[in-house]
Design a protein around this ligand. Structure first.
Ligand code: DCP
Ligand code: MG
Length: 368
């Protein structure tokens, strides 16, 4: 008997934080709304309503730049408790249809619905129903992607935002993947994309042409996986019980660096990305780890734990800078930097501890 084609949905709310703000402040509907840091401080944009995106405003852009592009924009601070509550509502909706729900962030998840539907057409109907339930219960719109694997479902949900519903069938996948720009492939970041482009590799068809061997030679194990994605093969299963153990961000540098000031600036960026994710999830972590990969690929990590935990970048940075100064001597060049917070616990618990513990009594033990 032929194995049944899998049916995977990827569902992602549109302009999530900004849409919640427009919902709760009807006077902002139809207007450019930017959620994030204020433009007169050194804030960044968390997200922008689609009205603001028309001016070129996007996530992670300095708020000052966003203000210049769109002076009429309404800037609002993030209200994470509200976003977390909406997230719980949509995750509950997903769980009514399948237990195989893998959340990727507050506003997006994969759903494996192979056992719920007979074919991909029914999966589309189910996606439509889930979008309707989200709209009814939260007054927000979501975009859905339907396909036979995770990678294509995720790309599909991004195709017709906002309020989109897109299917990529197994028959359509090969032609679709051939024209897909390399940046859209899973795991191809800026550095890899730039490298591939210098070799004239622009699209999925180019990846396929290189073959598994060629891509493995270029990019190692990841290259082989990329080849399979380019062929439309992605057997990764939807992993429902994702117990998060850490929150981390790392970056492979476009060129190896030796200068400590430059590394510190990168750590500042990484720490604020980790902070954003922790705040979004309502988590803090007891252990902070600096990760450094030297140009010869050797890896070193340095960890510090403290009882009151880490959540804000400004609490992480003095420690990261100190660890860095002990490691870097200006001779060895650095290829990758990372910041990880682990031993996670909920923010509410952190606030309770903060009230009962005087931080100066707990200078933090160093476990190198
Ligand atoms: N977010 C953030 N900083 C980023 C990216 C995202 O704070 N650099 C937050 C704000 C977003 C939310 O995460 O509202 C969800 O991220 P998405 O990437 O799904 O972006 P949006 O939902 O805002 O927009 P889209 O309609 O493109 O999904
Ligand atoms: Mg979204």
């Amino acid at each position: 008997m032929q194995e049944q084609t899998r049916a995977i949905l990827h569902i992602d709310l549109d302009a999530f934080y900004a849409s919640v703000e427009q919902r709760d402040h009807p006077e902002y509907q139809g207007k450019p709304v930017i959620v994030g840091g204020s433009p007169d401080r050194r804030g960044v944009v968390a997200t922008a309503s689609y009205e603001a995106r028309q001016f070129g405003v996007h996530s992670a852009m300095p708020s000052r730049t966003a203000h210049r592009l769109c002076p009429s924009a309404i800037f609002l601070p993030a209200r994470f408790e509200v976003y977390r509550a909406v997230s719980q509502q949509i995750m509950a909706i997903f769980h009514q249809h399948t237990l195989l729900v893998e959340p990727l962030s507050l506003d997006e998840a994969y759903l494996e619905v192979t056992a719920t539907v007979r074919d991909l057409d029914e999966a589309v109907q189910l996606a439509r129903e889930i979008k309707r339930q989200i709209r009814e219960q939260t007054e927000l719109t979501a975009s859905a992607g339907v396909s036979y694997c995770k990678f294509l479902a995720k790309i599909a949900s991004d195709r017709n935002k906002p309020d989109g519903l897109t299917i990529i069938t197994p028959q359509e996948a090969p032609a679709f993947l051939e024209t897909l720009p390399i940046e859209k492939f899973l795991g191809v970041g800026k550095v890899t994309a730039a490298r591939l482009r210098t070799l004239g590799i622009q699209t999925g068809a180019d990846l396929k042409r290189l073959g598994e061997k060629g891509l493995r030679e270029l990019l190692g194990k990841h290259g082989a996986q990329l080849y399979h994605y380019a062929c439309g093969e992605d057997n990764r299963s939807v992993e429902p019980v994702h117990v998060r153990k850490s929150v981390g961000k790392e970056v492979t540098l476009e060129r190896d660096i030796r200068e400590r000031g430059e590394m510190e600036r990168i750590l500042e960026k990484l720490a604020s990305q980790v902070e954003r994710r922790l705040v979004e999830l309502g988590l803090a972590g007891k252990t902070l780890t600096l990760k450094v990969r030297w140009s010869n690929f050797d890896l070193v990590t340095r960890a510090v734990s403290r009882i009151q935990g880490f959540q804000q970048a400004e609490e992480m940075l003095p420690i990261l800078h100190m660890q860095l100064s002990r490691l870097v001597d200006g001779k060895q060049a650095v290829r990758l930097l990372g910041v990880i917070v682990s031993n996670l616990f909920s923010q509410e618990a952190m606030l309770r501890e903060r009230r009962t513990i005087t931080p100066s009594l707990w200078p933090g033990e160093i476990d190198q």
